[in-house]
Write a protein that binds this ligand. Structure first.
Ligand code: FAD
Length: 388
């Protein structure tokens, strides 16, 4: 054990923690992660995909990560079309209308993780504790001490909790989580389609939830259907052709016939936020600090924006200033407050608006979609927020 061997211990090497370890260079970083680096074959399609904003793509490029992702596994999103649950209610957002080449890139979770892990492999300054997990964090001494599950103690000036939604670091630090269960699951699966998607991401706001079909390379799409637990369980019980037929009909035949490519999986959907992102010698980032409804595809984008801000704040500290300095960490907290609140609340408000069954609310939301479609300035503002 050492009491101050590292500048920073990053707990959790998922996409946010791995990007943090890279972005914090040249600090001395220890990265703790229970899962072995991803070794799965390239030709396996990962059912979890991320819509990465152009701002975060540029950040990953600057870290030398984006270039490592096989370009054949990345799909540009050139437009988004959102349908309400009344005929004719539709909103289309096109990248070219905002002077952009694309609105986002769709990339598989494993492809992203492999690229991050490979970039870390080339930096011997990042010390990996893997497979290992953080069992406890002690912030009472002159430095922070992290205890791993095998009893190893790792000392640092600062501990960053990027250990996901059930963060042990957050709990150990006594930081409150305000968490609401949407009572929904996100059902995910990939399909092959008989008609091309032309780089369009589709979303249908339906009585039974929100169905999103995100474009993948070739004639493939990734589905996220956010829906009630009962409905999700019914879908999971269907065989491939039956689920493909159900999704084909819910998507109004927009992409022709569908054939299932992966088994369906489901994730619980929650709205979680922490009133405090930091404590002396401790900061939270990514899903450890917030979880948002996936209908806006912003969960990981929010986490990468945490990483960008935290790395900027730490890089700008005074010479010899301690990385765990509370005043320094408060700067990170203040800078992130608005984006986290706005993104979480917007996704929550959209969910609430579209979950409402009342005729008036339905009329308003459908009218709103159609009206917004005719407002180029507002549409452009929406796009500007989504691409950060
Ligand atoms: C259905 C669904 C669809 C989604 N779609 C999108 C999308 O299109 N776009 C998007 O941006 N986001 C999306 N998200 C959200 C996205 O998956 C998360 O925001 C993202 O994975 C968060 O990354 P993270 O690194 O913070 O946490 P995680 O990915 O949860 O990683 C946490 C890491 O910490 C490790 N860990 C856990 N416990 C410990 C411990 N005790 N010690 C050390 N390490 C530990 C874990 O092994 C893991 O590697 C979606 C989410 C869902 C549920």
């Amino acid at each position: 054990m050492s009491s101050d061997a590292h500048d920073v211990v990053v707990a959790g090497g998922g996409p946010v923690g791995a990007a943090l370890a890279l972005a914090l260079q040249p600090l001395k970083v220890a990265l703790v992660e229970p899962r072995q680096p991803q070794l799965r074959a390239q030709d396996v399609w990962d059912v979890r995909v991320y819509a990465i904003s152009p701002g975060n793509r540029a950040f990953l490029e600057a870290l030398g990560v984006w270039q490592r992702i096989d370009a054949a596994r990345v799909q540009l999103v050139e437009a988004m079309v959102i349908y309400g649950d009344r005929p004719g209610s539709r909103l289309q957002l096109r990248a070219d209308e905002a002077g952009l080449s694309d609105l986002a890139c769709i990339v598989e979770g494993l492809a992203m993780q492999r690229a991050l892990d490979a970039a870390i492999d080339e930096l011997p300054a990042i010390i990996r504790y893997c497979p290992a997990q953080v069992a406890n964090v002690d912030l009472a001494g002159a430095g922070a001490t992290v205890t791993l599950d095998d009893g190893t103690e790792v000392g640092a000036q600062l501990v960053i909790g990027s250990d996901g939604r059930d963060s042990v670091v957050r709990r150990a630090a006594g930081l409150e989580l305000r968490d609401a269960d949407y009572g929904q699951l996100g059902v995910v699966a990939h399909f092959e389609t008989t008609l091309p998607h032309r780089g369009v991401a589709f979303q249908w706001f339906r009585e039974d939830g929100v169905l999103a079909l995100l474009p993948l390379p070739g004639n493939r799409v990734s589905m996220v259907w956010s829906t009630s637990r009962d409905h999700a369980e019914q879908m999971l019980a269907l065989d491939g052709p039956a689920l493909a037929a159900k999704v084909g009909s819910a998507s109004t035949g927009m992409l022709g016939g569908l054939r299932m490519l992966t088994a369906a999986a489901a994730f619980p959907l929650r709205y979680g936020r922490v009133p405090r992102l930091v404590a002396p010698r401790l900061a939270l980032a990514g899903d450890a600090a917030h979880s948002v409804h996936p209908l806006a595809g912003q969960g990981l984008n929010l986490g990468f924006r945490d990483v960008r801000e935290l790395a900027t704040v730490l890089a700008a500290r005074a010479p010899r200033q301690d990385c765990g300095d509370h005043a320094l960490l408060r700067r990170y907290e203040r800078a992130r407050r608005e984006d986290i609140a706005t993104t979480g609340l917007s996704a929550d408000a959209l969910h609430t608006l579209f979950a409402a069954r009342s005729g008036i609310t339905a009329a308003v939301r459908n009218f709103g979609l159609g009206a917004l479609d005719g407002m180029p300035v507002l549409k452009s503002l929406l796009i500007r927020h989504a691409i950060a």
